[in-house]
Design a binder for this molecule. Structure first.
Ligand code: HEC
Ligand code: HEC
Ligand code: HEC
Ligand code: HEC
Ligand code: HEC
Ligand code: HEC
Ligand code: HEC
Length: 544
């Protein structure tokens, strides 16, 4: 079940006045490409649990997280997958069981899962590892002292791993069912909307071209943008003012949608570094410029069989190199079947956070040789494409990186740049929100408030300003206003146990005990180990 209802897809997109057709529609005339493409991992990178290129084993489906002692279990009942977590926190037993209706990641190395609560989607705290055929915490989850159940599935996640995310407007992670129209990268993610092409081809009208994007014929920056929309992550991606990445269409330059920043001094090691970054470091790319791109080595619609890989990639190298250019002794090359990539594109098995680059795309002379030195954690950010960055984009990049990595130098740079940008007239919600947050962190509420208020007016989807202003109103004893702001935030992102607890406290102030109790119970439904909500609820239960 790769296509979640081709008919419904066409119908709802027509309703939206768009020109997408869905991959199924291409099969009628491009059957061979369709069949071959659908066999590769990228085409089936997400979908209903139990489908896809891989069938999970449930033999090792139980594990204990050493630090917290929580026990995890994954089970299948009929076609449904569930996870269970059990353990103790704050002196009480906690037990959660939820269905996980979708997977993300075809499972070359690993697979993540998605669960839903009130229609909002979250990443499940269990992942399947294909090599060992066993279940464990997802990468990065080990650091949390209690089960992490509130990691939202944001549209960005689905726009790389699926096509046509069905986000409910004004929310951050609530989706219709199914949450995406196709599980995986659809034909049109690389070729652009196809309805006009189909109409023209059906009519046999070849005049003026086929009316569809062929990436190989695009100008180099537009061509590279096709793969970069998903394969270039950098240290930070910043959406341009007024733009959303999810609306990028193949054929356009990605730089119109977002700016990608990397740390100057090269990308750190093999961890979480994207294929485009690594390739850009290679001598091959630096010396051949636009001639070399992802499509020089990869067929867009198929992957070579394991037995054919060495020969397939060697042929690609030999389009530019004479076999005799290699300095290795011929006998040693013969010994490994003259597998150029086996020696020059070695594999590692690093998996960090969610992301992986296994094959070293920096094409070193010897493994490890071409790897640039690891830049210091506070290295300046530069645009990946080498162009000058606007203070607004660079400021946002530093601010969000500082939020994640807590680098003081980044905070300061973010503050200086965003102040400059806003003073010069930048009036988009992202810039305003980040600057407001930076003021708040410095204890300067007075400067933060008007920025939050403006961000809220400009962007009805934001959550940060509602939470921050709600807290300020609560501090001032403006309970009704605080309640309104907290509810606004929770409507868009309900999994904020701290905000629910603050909401409960404000409700108690105006005598709404039942509503306060309900807010606390809801907080614990999202995060059962959240102690402040539990304690307040106990207190409420004790005092009649
Ligand atoms: C009714 C038949 C038909 C359908 C359906 C169809 N195509 Fe085509 N397609 C054609 C024909 C015929 C050509 C060759 C046109 C030519 O040679 O000028 C073509 C050419 C192409 C090309 C090459 C364009 C170029 O400039 O090199 C691409 C890419 C393509 N199709 C993609 C798609 C995609 C994606 C879909 C589904 C959204 C699709 N096609 C659906 C008939 C079809
Ligand atoms: C819409 C997002 C998206 C686009 C566009 C995209 N990719 Fe991917 N690609 C992915 C994802 C996600 C995976 C991981 C699939 C998995 O295992 O779940 C992937 C995996 C791959 C793989 C390894 C697995 C496989 O199927 O072979 C290769 C190679 C690859 N992509 C090359 C490319 C190239 C070349 C382009 C541009 C012509 C491209 N991709 C465009 C998202 C994308
Ligand atoms: C910018 C695009 C992008 C975003 C956003 C993204 N991914 Fe990925 N993901 C990829 C690509 C591309 C790969 C393939 C390997 C690589 O290049 O890192 C991948 C690989 C994976 C894999 C391993 C797949 C396999 O076959 O082994 C998992 C699991 C995964 N991603 C989960 C997620 C989850 C969950 C999210 C959101 C919470 C997410 N990813 C967000 C692009 C993305
Ligand atoms: C990951 C990006 C990507 C996806 C997904 C993709 N294509 Fe392509 N497609 C390309 C690229 C790149 C080329 C140009 C290949 C070349 O000429 O080097 C191409 C070329 C084509 C062509 C014309 C040349 C040929 O090989 O006949 C057709 C037709 C086509 N694609 C149809 C499809 C269909 C149908 C699907 C979905 C089943 C699809 N493509 C999915 C990237 C993609
Ligand atoms: C589009 C052309 C092109 C392709 C395809 C290509 N290379 Fe290169 N490569 C070059 C150029 C140009 C240089 C720099 C001049 C030189 O050393 O020959 C280079 C340099 C190298 C170097 C020297 C690296 C260094 O740091 O000095 C190695 C090793 C190499 N290539 C291996 C490969 C392998 C293996 C493949 C196939 C997987 C490959 N190349 C594919 C163009 C290419
Ligand atoms: C010089 C040849 C070459 C070029 C150019 C190239 N790749 Fe690869 N790529 C490979 C080889 C070889 C593998 C390993 C294939 C395997 O073992 O199945 C690979 C594997 C991958 C994988 C699977 C995950 C991994 O790291 O093993 C992805 C994703 C990928 N490439 C994406 C890209 C993207 C995106 C580009 C363009 C920026 C690109 N590649 C350019 C040769 C190349
Ligand atoms: C058994 C491992 C092995 C295989 C297989 C192999 N190489 Fe090499 N290659 C090396 C080593 C080792 C060097 C020398 C590195 C050094 O001395 O710095 C080298 C050097 C090179 C260089 C740089 C030459 C220079 O000017 O300094 C190129 C280009 C190259 N190889 C291309 C290839 C190509 C193309 C293939 C496949 C046809 C290939 N290699 C197969 C190990 C290998």
């Amino acid at each position: 079940m790769r296509l979640l209802g081709a008919l419904a897809f066409a119908a709802c997109l027509q309703g939206a006045g768009s020109e997408w057709a869905g991959s199924r529609a291409c099969a009628a005339c491009h059957a061979e490409i369709y069949q071959s493409y659908m066999q590769r991992p990228m085409a089936v990178s997400s979908g209903p649990a139990g489908t896809g290129l891989l069938q999970e084993s449930f033999e090792r489906a139980e594990f204990t997280h050493g630090r917290s002692g929580f026990r995890y279990r994954v089970l299948r009942e009929g076609s449904q997958y569930f996870f269970e977590v059990e353990g103790a926190a704050g002196g009480r037993r906690i037990r959660v069981r939820r269905p996980m209706p979708y997977f993300i990641g075809s499972g070359i190395v690993a697979r993540s899962y998605v669960f839903s609560l009130d229609g909002f989607l979250y990443q499940a705290p269990v992942a399947y590892y294909t090599g060992p055929r066993s279940w464990d915490l997802p990468p990065g989850y080990d650091q949390y002292p209690t089960p992490y159940l509130t990691r939202r599935i944001l549209p960005g996640c689905l726009s790389c791993h699926a096509s046509g995310p069905q986000l409910v407007t004004r929310t951050q992670n609530r989706y219709r069912t199914p949450p995406f129209l196709e599980g995986g990268v659809s034909c049109e993610r690389c070729h652009g909307p196809g309805a006009a092409h189909i109409k023209k081809m059906t009519a046999g009208d070849l005049e003026g071209g086929p009316a569809i994007v062929n990436p190989a014929r695009l100008a180099p920056d537009r061509r590279d943008s096709v793969c970069a929309q998903c394969h270039l992550t950098g240290a930070e991606r910043v959406a341009r003012a007024g733009r959303e990445l999810d609306t990028f269409i193949a054929g356009e330059p990605l730089a119109d949608y977002l700016t990608v920043f990397v740390r100057s001094g090269g990308a750190p090691g093999m961890r979480v570094t994207s294929h485009l970054e690594k390739l850009a470091q290679s001598a091959c790319k630096r010396a051949s410029g636009n001639r070399l791109w992802c499509g020089s080595c990869h067929d867009p619609h198929s992957v070579p069989k394991p037995s054919e890989k060495a020969r397939w990639f060697r042929a690609k190298c030999l389009e530019c190199h004479e076999a005799s250019a290699c300095r290795e002794e011929p006998a040693r090359r013969r010994a490994n079947g003259d597998d150029c990539t086996g020696c020059h594109m070695p594999r590692s098995t690093v998996m960090d956070a969610d992301h992986v680059v296994f094959t070293d795309h920096s094409i070193p002379r010897r493994p490890g040789l071409a790897a640039p030195p690891t830049p210091p954690p506070d290295a300046p950010l530069v645009r990946f494409d080498g162009a000058a960055a606007s203070p607004r984009d660079l400021g946002i990049a530093y601010a969000s990186l500082a939020g994640r990595e807590r680098v003081a130098a980044y905070q300061q740079r973010a503050f200086d740049l965003l102040r400059e940008a806003v003073a010069a007239g930048a009036r988009d919600p992202q810039a305003l929100l980040h600057l407001a947050e930076l003021y708040k962190n410095r204890g300067d509420e007075k400067s933060a408030i008007p920025l939050y208020e403006e961000a809220m007016r400009l962007d009805p989807d934001q959550v940060g300003a509602s939470v921050a202003l709600g807290a300020i109103q609560a501090d001032r004893g403006q309970w009704k206003e605080a309640i309104r702001l907290f509810n606004d935030a929770l409507f868009k992102n309900p999994a904020l146990p701290g905000v629910r607890t603050a909401l409960a406290m404000a409700l108690l102030q105006i005598g709404e005990r039942e509503a306060a109790r309900a807010a606390l119970e809801k907080a614990l439904e999202f995060d059962p180990a959240y102690t402040p909500a539990y304690q307040l609820l106990q207190q409420l239960r004790r005092e009649p």
